[in-house]
Design a protein around this ligand. Structure first.
Ligand SMILES: [Zn+2]
Length: 114
């Protein structure tokens, strides 16, 4: 399962900050614009989130994500630093350039990024 990629500029205009180019809402990878279809790193990043969400039965991914964000937001005092330090994001950013990553990724790998 690599996710169903859709382009939804109006969704991004209404719900997302201007600097966000993609979001994964299982089973969809939602991209801001058609140009984003030509950004393999972005799509790989979101596909890693699809795998993480599957492993945590989707709902537990979102719960964990929000709780970890809040804890790190308090610790760092910065929304950006908190976001970049979420284990799911650290794993996705670290491997978004490696198109083979998901073929060999161990189950529950994001735990090692806590
Ligand atoms: Zn991400």
């Amino acid at each position: 399962m690599k996710g169903i990629v859709i382009v939804a500029p109006i969704f991004f205009k209404i719900f997302m900050a201007p600097w966000v180019s993609g979001i994964t809402l299982f089973p969809f990878i939602i991209l801001k614009d058609k140009e984003s279809l030509n950004k393999p790193d972005l799509i790989q990043h979101e596909q890693i989130h699809i795998r993480q969400q599957l492993e945590l039965l989707v709902i537990f991914f979102y719960l964990w994500y929000i709780i970890e964000y809040l804890i790190k937001r308090i610790k760092t005092g910065s929304w950006r630093e908190a976001y970049r330090n979420i284990s799911f994001e650290k794993e996705a950013y670290a491997h978004q350039h490696d198109s083979n990553y998901l073929k060999n990724r161990p189950f529950g790998e994001h735990i090692y990024w806590l």
